[in-house]
Design a protein around this ligand. Structure first.
Ligand code: HEM
Length: 126
């Protein structure tokens, strides 16, 4: 089994899926969040489930590229932040659904999301 070869050969597929999915995830998150905030729990739950599918897409495609980049420090940090982001998104949606104060978590999601996207496009670099 040569998984390195597989990832190298399909790198552009992972990259295109990653780049094409992040904005969809961001929109799904916001729609689910405001559905929950508006008391539309059932519709919110459906969108939340679709958002979770996009968590998996982002994790699998991102982790594949990270392996291809041999865990380069910068992208490793970006990946860690992305895992944190997914945790914040889950926390914000859970709080919104339970009608708890969720504004702080929403703010955390937006800040970390902006940082990750700027890192992805190389605007923030180190
Ligand atoms: C859900 C949160 C995530 C968001 C919003 C996000 C966003 C982005 C964006 C906008 C790019 C630039 C796309 C491009 O030019 O191709 C990118 C690239 C990248 N991401 Fe993510 N990402 C997320 C999750 C992850 C995770 C979990 C990992 C790793 C485990 C990861 C690893 C990478 C790598 C290695 C690249 C560089 C690809 C390249 O060379 O273009 N990302 N990400």
């Amino acid at each position: 089994m040569n998984s390195g070869g597989f990832i190298q050969e399909n790198f552009s597929i992972f990259q295109a899926s990653h780049e094409g999915s992040w904005a969809i995830l961001a929109i799904l998150f916001l729609v689910a969040y405001f559905l929950f905030r508006g008391g539309k729990s059932k519709a919110g739950t459906i969108i939340h489930m679709i958002a979770r599918l996009f968590f998996v897409i982002m994790l699998v495609t991102g982790a594949s590229m990270l392996i291809a980049y041999q865990f380069a420090y910068f992208f490793f940090i970006k990946g860690l932040l992305a895992v944190l982001l997914i945790g914040f998104m889950e926390a914000a949606l859970g709080k919104a659904k339970r009608n708890e104060n969720s504004l702080g978590m929403l703010f955390a999601v937006l800040v970390v999301l902006v940082v990750i996207v700027l890192m992805g496009y190389g605007i923030i670099r180190f």
